[in-house]
Design a protein around this ligand. Sequence first.
Ligand SMILES: [Zn+2]
Length: 64
Amino acid sequence: MGPVIFRCPKTQKEFDSGFRAEVADLETMPQMATIRLRCVICAEIHEFKFADGHVGEAASAQPR
Ligand SMILES: [Zn+2]
């Protein structure tokens, strides 16, 4: 379980959407499903496709 990361289309920076999911959860989402989020980087509302997101490392990731 890790944070779902989206890329801000305005700044091209990635941010944590606040959702937590398994990689498999994202893969089973309809690829065209979208979600509207307030971007924590530029504070605007963007619409993201789940297909554009990815699951990042959990904050408590084990050392490699
Ligand atoms: Zn943004």
